[in-house]
Design a protein around this ligand. Structure first.
Ligand code: AQP
Length: 342
């Protein structure tokens, strides 16, 4: 059966890229699939997190999920550290994955920077934990932004190697045709890679020191309007057709955001705004962004005032996640050759 899993890190500054690349897609997938959505707090600590700030960020991502329209009763919403099977399977995967595979991950290279010796072991092993997040539920589909494509490929490599290395044991335990599915990335929508508002060649990111580079999910109407007004653009008016966006990353980005927020295609957006002034387009984009994000921000604020409710949602989701993960992890132990009490 098809099962959806995805996660978001509680590292503060949730932004429009997280919304359009991930959270909005999560909401969409609920209609057709059983979905498991995780606040990946264990991933967050691969770089230093202030403990109080981390708690707040975990609740904020949960609030964003709920405010955007994820139903925690029909689906599962929880935080990773409450389901020990993620870390257990990650250890097995650390022993399946190869140093060379992980060394090639561009996110590690970017986040570790020049001083690799000083990066945490967790930052290096991050993609093996991510593979475990997905496969501990034997999830088949993973909605993510473009930047996670390489990590998904690695998850497939790990699943393949596990299935091959343990083929005999897997068969002897009665699982036919491989134990883990090869999870498919779902990179969909008009804005799978939202770029910085200050530099169209860099992705919009939580960790960009400039707040003007991103639209936060909690920004108010004035902040959104002012950031879009200040967003970098080139002096040319918008083209009438898609081909005219080539070599104009800032314009391309803003048009893609408009398309994603309005549920229209890039061609449709350009048919309306092509040839006109950027200022006209920016005003329309600001209005559209406010109309989409303001209700979510308002609901997030309301939810954040009730931390006990959020924690209860996470506790309930964790319990339900565990009932799926525990038997799968037990099978993994049998397949690997560990002894466990029954
Ligand atoms: N700019 C983006 N455009 C589209 N999708 C994006 N995602 C992140 N940035 C963009 C998607 O959001 C989901 C959750 O991301 P994450 O929080 O797990 O990890 P991240 O990629 O580290 O987020 P940031 O904002 O880019 O943080 P930093 O500053 O730490 O690098 C994922 O599905 C991701 O693809």
């Amino acid at each position: 059966a098809e099962r959806v899993f995805s996660g978001v890190q509680p590292t503060g500054n949730l932004h429009l890229g997280n919304y359009l690349g991930a959270i909005q897609r999560f909401v969409e997938m609920q209609k057709s699939h059983d979905c498991i959505y995780c606040v990946v707090d264990q991933h967050a600590i691969t770089v230093w997190q202030d403990p109080k700030g981390l708690q707040n960020a975990i609740r904020e991502v949960t609030a964003a999920f709920l405010a955007a329209g994820i139903d925690p009763k029909a689906h599962i919403v929880f935080n990773q550290s409450q389901v020990a099977e993620h870390a257990e399977l990650a250890w097995v995967f650390n022993c399946v994955a190869r140093m060379g595979w992980l060394s090639r991950m561009t996110q590690f290279k970017e986040k570790a920077g020049k001083d690799r010796e000083a990066a945490s072991v967790g930052l290096f092993a991050y993609p093996a934990l991510m593979a475990a997040d997905i496969l501990v539920y034997r999830a088949t589909h993973v909605p993510v932004g473009e930047d996670q494509k390489q990590h998904l490929e690695l998850a497939r490599d790990i699943a393949t190697k596990f299935n091959n290395d343990f083929a005999e044991s897997i068969a002897s335990h009665g699982h036919n045709g491989g134990f883990f599915p090869l999870p498919e990335p779902l990179i969909q929508g008009a804005a799978t890679r939202v770029m910085s508002l200050r530099d169209g060649t860099k992705k919009m990111s939580k960790s960009d020191p400039s707040d003007l580079s991103r639209i936060n999910m909690t920004d108010d109407a004035d902040a959104i309007a002012s950031k879009i007004r200040k967003a970098r653009t080139d002096p040319e008016p918008l083209p009438g057709e898609e081909a005219g966006l080539k070599g104009r990353p800032e314009a391309e980005n803003l048009v893609a955001i408009f398309a994603a927020l309005s549920g229209r295609t890039v061609a449709e957006v350009l048919a309306e705004f092509g040839g006109g002034q950027f200022s006209t387009f920016k005003t329309a984009l600001a209005d559209l962004t406010v109309s989409q994000l303001a209700p979510i921000a308002g609901e997030m604020k309301r939810l954040m005032a009730e931390p006990a409710h959020i924690d209860a949602v996470l506790a309930d989701g964790s319990e339900r996640a565990r009932t799926i993960a525990a038997p799968i992890m037990a099978s993994v132990k049998d397949i690997v050759g560990f002894i466990r009490s029954r």
